[in-house]
Design a protein around this ligand. Structure first.
Ligand code: 5GP
Ligand code: ZN
Length: 113
């Protein structure tokens, strides 16, 4: 499987790691869209949100807990932040290993582009 984020997990491609444990990895987005832009990914390869199975429910919830912890650590929790998960092409998904975008440090607009 030729997956960019699996290669980042395996450290075959370098990244600026913010948090890591046995289940998830969080690293800085290479093309940040806000002062804080971190990607939280499961170490298990899941290609899109549509592929989330019952057995993944705890893992997916845990990704949100990790994002919350990072947001608090970056002092953006109280100000506010945005968690985004793009699914498939029209939403703008370009890497097919699910990832939660943690965006913050500026005012966000709605609706998103
Ligand atoms: P998507 O568009 O799939 O929701 O998000 C993919 C994200 O991965 C984009 O924000 C993009 O900037 C980021 N990205 C793509 N390639 C790399 C890379 O090699 N390293 C890092 N750190 N981020 C990447
Ligand atoms: Zn992968």
């Amino acid at each position: 499987m030729n997956c960019l984020f699996c290669k980042i997990i395996e450290k075959k491609i370098p990244s600026k790691i913010v948090y890591e444990d046995e289940r998830v990895l969080a690293f800085e987005d290479i093309n940040p869209q806000s002062p804080v832009h971190i990607l939280v990914i499961p170490k298990k390869h899941i290609s899109t949100a549509l592929e989330i199975k019952d057995e993944d429910n705890e893992l997916i919830g845990y990704m949100f807990q990790v994002a919350n912890k990072i947001a608090k650590g970056k002092n953006i929790a109280e100000r506010g932040f945005r968690l985004v998960l793009n699914c498939n092409h029209e939403a703008g998904q370009t890497v097919f290993h699910i990832h939660l975008h943690l965006l913050g440090g500026r005012v966000m607009h709605w609706p998103p582009g």
